[in-house]
Design a protein around this ligand. Structure first.
Ligand SMILES: N[C@@H](CCC(=O)N[C@@H](CS)C(=O)NCC(=O)O)C(=O)O
Length: 195
């Protein structure tokens, strides 16, 4: 399987770490790609020109929740029970926070005159509310190293990496402690977007 991958993409990081956690790391060839360069190979694989995209022969799977589900199915996991639905729900929250954070990052590199203060405010607010929900209702139940934990860890590290102005750790101490533990994992260290 070939995985179109960018080191700075939290979605790419999420699915790659998930594959490794399921023992599939060796079956994946990473194709490093900057989606903003519109390489012919990525466009052929994914008409949306986004990473991650998983290529298996003549078939490509995107986007990251579908790739994650595919890996889980290959591993005989996933399913349709309540616990899996809750995992997907946590992933959706983390992915949505990633989307707001990526949008803020992309906005910050546009000429200042083209930036929208209204949208920036909405994206920061969505991230802040998401952090609040994580702290109060999710983090205490986030055990082990599974899709939900991996998604949350990749999202939080993306906030630290790209949006250091969000000083979230003091106000969300449970999440901060949990995140320290997640960051200590080898898979997080080996996929650090700063390296
Ligand atoms: N919903 C998609 C989002 C993927 C995404 O937005 N990837 C970004 C990199 S973090 C990208 O490829 N952006 C290029 C573009 O939007 O043109 C997923 O979960 O895979």
């Amino acid at each position: 399987m070939k995985l179109f991958y960018s080191k700075t993409s939290p979605y790419s990081r999420k699915v790659y770490i998930l594959a490794k956690s399921l023992g599939m790391g060796g079956e994946i060839e990473l194709i490093y790609d900057n989606p903003l360069e519109d390489s012919a190979a990525l466009l052929a694989a994914n008409p949306l020109a986004k990473v991650p995209a998983l290529v298996m022969g003549d078939k490509t799977i995107f986007d990251s929740p579908l790739i994650a589900d595919h890996f889980l199915r290959l591993a005989g996991q996933g399913g349709r029970d309540d616990a899996y639905f809750e995992t997907l729900n946590v992933q959706a929250l983390a992915d949505g926070m990633m989307a707001a954070a990526v949008a803020l990052r992309m906005e910050s590199v546009r000429p200042e005159a083209q930036q929208s203060a209204m949208w920036q405010k909405r994206w920061y607010a969505a991230i802040d509310r998401g952090l609040g929900v994580l702290e109060t209702t999710i983090i205490k139940d986030l055990k082990g190293w599974k899709l939900d934990s991996i998604a949350v860890a990749c999202m939080l590290d993306y906030l630290c990496f790209r949006l250091p102005e969000i000083d979230w750790k003091a106000a969300r101490p449970e999440t901060a402690i949990w995140f320290e533990g997640a960051l200590a994992r080898m898979d997080m260290k080996n996929t650090d977007p700063r390296l």
